[in-house]
Design a protein around this ligand. Structure first.
Ligand code: ADP
Length: 190
């Protein structure tokens, strides 16, 4: 069977992590989440972590070269041969183009792009709540404001790019986790 690569798009706090984890379970594919990989690198103090730390804590975007380097390495893991659930992997146009190229070089292409559509108001509420439960440096109010700005300026155009290059499933991101999972299941047909 052809590899199955699914890209999750959406603003910070849209629920990509939660829905990504469910897709991983249901489809038996590995998760490729650049945010998680970067946080892990920061925690371990690797060269990558040292390069990414300050920018992440301030709510900015890590450079395209670093991201595409991570993605290349992850795609080449034997565990990703059948596909992957890509969460937060594409936040700029060069990353969208770079990912398409990396996949094409491996005879792959995205099977689905799933956009979780959530309003800014809802996002701010969710991140404020998450902040009381987890302690992520980038959930501080100033960093959240920067993340939303980075999303609007750099990531929103990515959605338009995918809309012109292929089918995007726009999934209303409001509702229970189960309702949203069910919407995704219906949209992708598995
Ligand atoms: P969120 O979706 O809430 O922004 P993530 O855990 O996905 O959280 O990402 C946390 C941070 O990691 C981002 O704010 C950014 O600094 C960095 N990051 C993750 N993925 C990328 C990417 N594709 N390009 C640039 N920076 C990224």
């Amino acid at each position: 069977m052809a590899p199955f690569d699914l890209l999750l798009l959406g603003p910070p706090g849209a629920g990509k992590g939660t829905q990504g984890a469910r897709l991983v379970q249901r489809l038996g594919l590995p998760k490729l989440a650049t945010g998680d990989l970067l946080r892990d690198a920061v925690a371990r103090g690797t060269a990558l972590g040292q390069a990414a730390r300050a920018v992440m804590e301030a709510g900015g975007l890590v450079s395209d070269d670093l991201i595409l380097g991570i993605v290349r390495e992850e795609l080449d893991r034997p565990t990703a041969a059948a596909g992957a659930i890509l969460d937060g992997v594409v936040r700029t146009l060069p990353q969208a183009e770079g990912l398409a190229k990396l996949l094409a070089e491996r005879g792959r292409q995205l099977s689905h792009v799933v956009f979780l559509d959530v309003t800014d108001e809802e996002i701010l509420g969710r991140i404020a709540r998450r902040r009381t439960e987890e302690s992520r440096a980038d959930d501080a109010p100033e960093a959240v404001a920067r993340r939303l700005k980075a999303y609007r300026d750099q990531t929103a155009p990515v959605l338009a790019w995918y809309e012109t290059h292929g089918r995007v499933h726009r999934i209303p991101g409001l509702g229970t986790m189960d309702q949203i999972s069910e919407r995704i299941r219906q949209a992708i047909g598995r």
